[in-house]
Design a protein around this ligand. Structure first.
Ligand SMILES: Cc1cc2nc3c(=O)[nH]c(=O)nc-3n(C[C@H](O)[C@H](O)[C@H](O)COP(=O)(O)OP(=O)(O)OC[C@H]3O[C@@H](n4cnc5c(N)ncnc54)[C@H](O)[C@@H]3O)c2cc1C
Length: 396
């Protein structure tokens, strides 16, 4: 049985970033992914903030943890956006300046893995991990059958639907309240402003979440939405919501009138609180597998990558004997804890006002544009208690 210093399960942004960091530190590391091709299918809206915006959203994150994004070649960027517009259910638009990139997520995931390979990482694709033993034995099934490898340390970065965590004593909140079911079409022929990311709220289209038009330029856009089942009153099929948003939304349908889909994906986004425990024995959880996702937005590309780099650093220190493995907990909490907590608090506000479209409109009227900044920058304001305002609106 081949032995590695570290094995990374899942090569999305979280796992790939851990693989990269470990390989760069000279550690013998293997990355495994069940996909036949890294980054495919693209289960993503592909939107990330530009580098100077992370500095505002995540001021605690020092430059080395953002290495993936500072080094990312510009050819991975499909489009640059300048603002975000949020539409309330009655169609009021609140717009804020915000510099973003729409990346080519397939190329992005592949690029991180390629960089890791350049530093010496081993990679297996088309290989599913189905069992873990506490001693670090990883049981996998690949093209040529079943096999085992063993790792001194093992990173679980296998995304939202991973069932591997429970096998090693890790846990996170993934009940239906804490889970967004999402769908995304890449569409051509979209007639929206290519510099604006659009977010739409309203129970008829995205109960408990939001719908989006994320422009990729040249009439291409990611068009999608999320739903959370505790907020769904009638129709349960997410495709019906998507069809309604595309064809019937009073504002979006005008922009999507001539649009046609080029691809379709569904997926899950964790919107629960960060877990208490992300290290158990020699195992660490990273990215969506650890709810490292900004719950109010369902955004996890950047946060997962930062957690991946932090995991790589913690493992590297553990292997050279300079630290315990669980420094990873302190590290990711120092870097991401405030933003993830704020995202979760903002999500609790969204929970209250999502119960009724009138509440969402009223809430926006009361708190105004500044709170859209708070939502986009994941700030929990200290001078106003948003939860109290939302609660008072709901109570009439
Ligand atoms: C439709 C949609 C739109 C989104 N839009 C955005 C957006 O615009 N911006 C943003 O920031 N975030 C967005 N997100 C969230 C973002 O995609 C995730 O937060 C991010 O991909 C998390 O990275 P990860 O590495 O933790 O997990 P993932 O990217 O999910 O990667 C997990 C990997 O693990 C592999 N894997 C799973 N199980 C096994 C196994 N047993 N054995 C081997 N391999 C396994 C999978 O094949 C996969 O490659 C979106 C999500 C969805 C679903």
């Amino acid at each position: 049985m081949e032995k590695y210093d570290s094995i990374v399960i899942g090569l999305g942004p979280g796992g790939a970033s851990a693989l990269y960091k470990l390989a760069r530190e000279g550690i013998k590391v293997l990355g495994i992914d069940r996909r036949r091709e890294i980054g495919v299918p693209i289960q993503c809206g592909e939107f990330i903030p530009q580098y100077h915006e992370y500095k505002k959203i995540l001021p605690e994150v020092d430059d080395p943890y953002l290495e993936i994004f500072s080094r990312m070649p510009m050819k991975l960027v499909s489009n640059k956006t300048r603002s975000v517009s949020v539409y309330t259910p009655s169609g009021n638009e609140y717009s804020v300046d915000f510099d973003g990139y729409v990346i080519d997520r397939e190329a992005f995931d592949k690029w991180i893995v390629k960089e890791a390979v350049d530093y010496g990482a081993d990679v297996m694709i088309n290989t599913v991990v189905y069992k873990l033993d506490r001693d670090g034995t990883v049981y996998a099934r690949g093209k040529t059958g079943e096999f085992k490898v063993i790792g001194d340390t093992v990173v679980i970065a296998a995304g939202t639907s991973s069932t591997l965590l429970e096998q090693v004593g890790l846990f996170r909140e993934v009940d239906e309240l804490n889970l967004g079911h999402v769908i995304n079409y890449q569409m051509a022929g979209v007639d929206s402003d290519p510099s604006v990311v659009e977010m739409y709220t309203g129970k008829d289209y995205s109960p408990g979440a939001y719908a989006w038009i994320i422009p990729k330029g040249d009439g291409l856009a990611n068009v999608g939405l999320g739903i959370r089942y505790p907020y769904v009153d009638g129709e349960k099929d997410i495709n019906v919501y998507m069809e309604r948003f595309w064809k019937k939304h009073p504002i979006a349908s005008v922009k999507l009138r001539g649009a046609q889909p080029l691809s379709y994906v569904g997926g899950l986004v964790p919107v629960g609180p960060p877990p208490d425990k992300t290290v158990s024995g020699r195992f660490l959880s990273v990215g969506d597998a650890a709810n490292h996702n900004i719950a109010s937005l369902g955004a996890g590309i950047v946060t997962s990558s930062i957690a991946g780099i932090a995991a790589g650093e913690a493992i590297s220190k553990y292997l050279d004997g300079s630290a315990e493995l669980n420094i990873y907990e302190d590290l990711w909490r120092r870097l991401l804890g405030r933003a993830l907590d704020n995202g979760y608090k903002l999500r609790l506000v969204i929970d209250l006002i999502s119960k009724n479209d009138r509440y969402t409109d009223l809430f926006m009227e009361v708190v105004g544009k500044d709170r859209i900044y708070d939502l986009v920058y994941t700030r929990a304001p200290t001078n106003v208690d948003l939860l109290k305002i939302a609660y008072n609106i709901v109570k009439g």
